[in-house]
Write a new protein. Structure first.
Length: 451
């Protein structure tokens, strides 16, 4: 389903807020996105953006129900269905033309004049693209790779890419070794399955358009770019084309990052040589440190971690990121041995760099339900025996409590919590509930009134 059809569906579902007041791209739009994200979690479209004719859409994937809508599945089956589909692959197909070719600008490039790029946070240095999928090819193998990367708009035709993670960061390294420039395309505003697939944690050499095709259960249509040897989704709203000289690293940031703190570093500069867009394009914005970030990262991380975790620990059922503490993983298990939680905690804390804590819960606790997880912590967790602290582990650059140690890099300590009830419990740890017949009836009834 292309982005525009998805937005129409949200409208029908009353899951889209239309803001008609004129708002500035500087702080005002992101402030509204943030409040809506935290209160109702609805998507939001800003119809009147000061100085622009294009609307801005935001909070598209801040709730599981909308990722489920994109996949065409029931919300409670989202993670399971996602896991099933990403095991397969469907190759994209290159078509001769598409809406993204409706307007192509190659002269007098002026990014900020054409696109309502938002300045999100108080101390951000300026406007940042936050939902851009960066596409490039491996300079040695020619295999395509992609990921979402923040990009600071530095001038009328320059962007600075936050390029920490593979595969594009690896391509740039190879381009540098071969003394070549790296061609990139930046895609903003695509169907949400391509968006979700773009951050699937994949081994190198995987074309994530094949994952997007698997999620869609059909090929993604691509068109060739105008000035670079790359292909982009035919239905995209905006596409920038450009080249990175890998020798040219410049100061980027500060920018309010995914974990909610400001970050600045040196990153590569890209000279933009073409802007493509559809007629009346819609600009897709994403707030970092939001529900949408957790959902996108969560799906990518679950797709990567769950299969190997299940293989190592057959008691594992599923896992998710704590929505209120994104450095924490919640793992649901069907415990067969009292020692299993400890073993899982040791493994996760030692191997997953993005977390500083993990909680193990039983299979009657939904890791996506913060109330249920809170219940497990308040009734089943025994601090004396259920706590594990590990020190000297590898830290993550966006979690500022990690410390730099000479010769080792960033190091941190981590917390593991076993919030499972004892095996063979007689019922004293059961959570109160209403009978399922009444719960089902209530759920259908309430959905009619509330989002
Ligand atoms: C919302 C969001 C924003 C991201 N921003 C960046 C970024 O600015 N820089 C970066 O290197 N990676 C960023 N990532 C991670 C990359 O897109 C990453 O490559 C991807 O999640 C995993 O793919 P990989 O296994 O191919 O690395 C972001 C991920 C998400 C979900």
């Amino acid at each position: 389903m292309e982005l525009r059809d998805f937005i129409s569906n949200l409208e029908e579902d009353k899951d889209l807020v239309r803001i008609k007041e004129s708002l500035s791209t500087k702080h005002e739009i992101s402030a509204v996105m943030d409040i809506i994200d935290k209160r109702s979690g609805q998507a939001v479209i800003f119809e009147n953006v000061e100085g622009y004719s294009s609307p801005v859409i935001g909070n598209l994937l801040s709730k599981h129900r909308r990722a489920a809508l994109a996949m065409g599945v029931d919300e409670k089956n989202l993670v399971q269905e996602y896991m099933k589909r990403v095991q397969t692959k469907v190759k994209p197909r290159v078509v001769s033309d598409g809406p993204i070719k409706e307007i192509v600008i190659k002269d007098k490039i002026n990014i900020i004049k054409e696109i309502p790029v938002l300045t999100h946070h108080e101390r951000d240095i300026g406007p940042y693209f936050t939902s851009g999928i960066v596409i490039a090819k491996d300079p040695e193998t020619g295999v395509r790779g992609m990921g979402i990367h923040r990009m600071q708009v530095r001038s009328a035709d320059e962007i600075i890419l936050n390029l920490a993670r593979p595969p594009v960061a690896t391509f740039l390294k190879k381009a540098k070794e071969n003394q070549r420039e790296l061609e990139i395309a930046v895609v903003i505003g695509v169907d949400l399955l391509t968006f979700i697939a773009s951050v699937f944690f994949s081994p190198s050499g995987v074309d994530k358009f094949e994952i997007a095709g698997a999620l869609k259960k059909g090929p993604i249509d691509l068109v060739k770019c105008t000035t670079v040897d790359l292909e982009v989704p035919a239905q995209s709203e905006f596409v920038l084309e450009g080249k990175i000289d890998p020798r040219n690293m410049v100061e980027e940031g500060p920018f309010g990052e995914s974990w909610g703190t400001y970050f600045e570093t040196k990153n590569p500069l890209c000279k933009v040589q073409a802007i493509n867009h559809r007629h009346e394009p819609i600009y897709h914005a994403l707030t970092s440190f939001s529900g949408e970030e957790v959902l996108l990262s969560g799906l990518g991380m679950v797709g990567h971690t769950l299969p190997s975790l299940e293989e190592k620990f057959p008691d594992v059922v599923t896992l998710w990121i704590d929505p209120f503490n994104r450095s924490s993983l919640i793992v649901q298990i069907k415990k067969s041995n009292e020692d299993t939680p400890k073993k899982i905690l040791e493994y996760l804390l030692s191997n997953i760099i993005f977390i500083n804590s993990a909680i193990i819960v039983d299979d009657d606790i939904d890791p996506l339900d913060p109330y249920a997880v809170g219940f497990a912590l308040s009734t089943r967790y025994k601090p004396q025996s259920g706590t594990m602290i590990m020190d000297g582990l590898k830290g993550f650059h966006l979690i500022p409590s990690s410390v730099m140690k000479e010769g080792t890099g960033l190091v941190t300590s981590k917390l593991g919590i076993d919030a499972t009830k004892p095996l063979h419990d007689s019922g004293k740890y059961d959570m109160v509930k209403v009978p399922s017949s009444a719960a089902d009836k209530a759920s259908k009834l309430v959905t009619k009134y509330l989002k």
